[in-house]
Write a protein that binds this ligand. Structure first.
Ligand code: WQD
Length: 335
């Protein structure tokens, strides 16, 4: 059987776009997902986009027996580990749920990978590990320190993986620190549909524009930024997915570990996003200024040089592309 890439959490927002990009790049993709924040409906849409049937098992990555059975039955050459809880606010309210799930999943996966001699791993980390950045744009060498349990589970998982690489010099791990993934596949067939109500800016704006919510609350307009609202490094999900294909290629050709930012290296404020979204989609997004959200920082933006140097990868899509594709997906899912 052809060796393939195991995609944990592959039915989710990021996972489904990475699956499409990998299949289009010629990889054999095996998905495992417990559908905690996704739906099996996405599988036939991945097939419609790629023309390739998708192999998926409903499974929790913390279930060692199921994971072992999968590695026994399927020929896996590499793993992209995306499965995990990712709601910052929920992690503050229920930290042990996050530590138990996210850390156990990473630990179990590493264990079973080593048992089966699978030593190529791409890990879904997050810019949230930088906490309140000392310097912007943020390089991978910046000090880390989290402001929420979700971020700590990412940083602790990174450390576990780095220590495995030290113990096993032939292991290859790329830790990708995502900035703010947004948008959707241009087909409008896959996109972000969190099972919980949206808390991130882009899905919330889409909900307001679609009339599902009456207005957007802007969390603070008194930040030290040009228009007072928070600045973030939004990256089109298609660029993020392409970054995973480049990282996979690099991991297959190297050993050792690398930490790499996946961001556009360009910051936009909340008001920039609202105005661009309204202009390119010809919609109205009513908003109200509210108080700052605890834990938010004024500016979070990637230094994208290492990804360009090591992976020959650079974000190519613009903020209008992100707004246009996010809106097309919204109109599809609300149909
Ligand atoms: C963006 C900007 C808000 C909602 C989070 C996680 C991070 C990563 C990406 C997983 C900020 C403002 C937002 C709203 C608003 N996820 N905002 N009103 O907080 O940068 O990052 O998602 O890895 O870990 O922390 O993204 O989209 O929530 O906020 O004004 O209703 O929009 O203040 O300036 P964030 P976000």
């Amino acid at each position: 059987m052809e060796k393939g890439v195991l995609l944990t959490g592959g039915a989710g927002f990021i996972g489904s776009h990475v699956a499409v990009a990998l299949i289009n790049a010629g990889y054999r993709v095996y998905i495992v997902d417990n559908y905690a924040n996704s739906s099996p409906d996405v599988l036939d849409r991945i097939e419609r986009i790629t023309g390739t049937p998708v192999y998926c098992t409903k499974m929790d990555v913390t279930d060692r027996v199921s994971l072992r059975n999968l590695f026994r039955c399927v020929s896996i050459e590499s793993v992209i580990h995306l499965a995990g809880f990712k709601a910052v606010g929920e992690s503050v309210a229920d930290p042990l749920k996050y530590y138990r799930n996210n850390l156990e999943a990473t630990m179990m996966l590493l264990d079973v990978m080593l048992e089966h001699g699978v030593k190529k791993l791409i890990f879904s980390s997050s810019a949230t590990v930088y906490g309140s950045p000392e310097v912007v744009p943020i390089p991978e060498t910046a000090r880390t320190g989290c402001t929420n349990p979700y971020g700590w589970t990412k940083l602790m998982s990174e450390q576990m993986i780095l220590d495995v690489c030290t113990a096993h010099p032939d292991f290859s791990a790329i830790l990708l620190r995502y900035f703010n993934p947004v948008g959707a596949h241009p087909s409008g067939l896959i996109g972000e549909s969190p099972s919980q109500p949206p808390t991130n800016l882009f899905p919330y704006i889409c909900s307001v524009a679609a009339g599902e919510k009456d207005k957007l609350l802007i969390f603070g307009n008194d930040y030290p930024t040009p228009d007072g609202t928070g600045i973030r490094d939004y990256i089109h999900i298609e660029d993020l997915a392409a970054g995973h294909v480049s990282a996979m290629q690099y991991a297959l050709e190297h050993t050792g570990s690398e930490i790499i930012n996946l961001g556009a290296g360009q910051g936009y404020s909340v008001l920039d996003v609202i105005h661009t979204f309204e202009r390119v989609n010809n919609v109205h997004v009513p908003y109200e200024i509210a108080s700052r959200r605890p834990g938010d920082v004024a500016v979070c933006c990637a230094a994208p040089d290492k990804a360009e140097r090591l992976l020959h990868w650079k974000a190519a899509r613009s903020l209008p592309d992100m707004c246009r594709d996010a809106w097309r997906w919204t109109m599809t899912r609300t149909r």
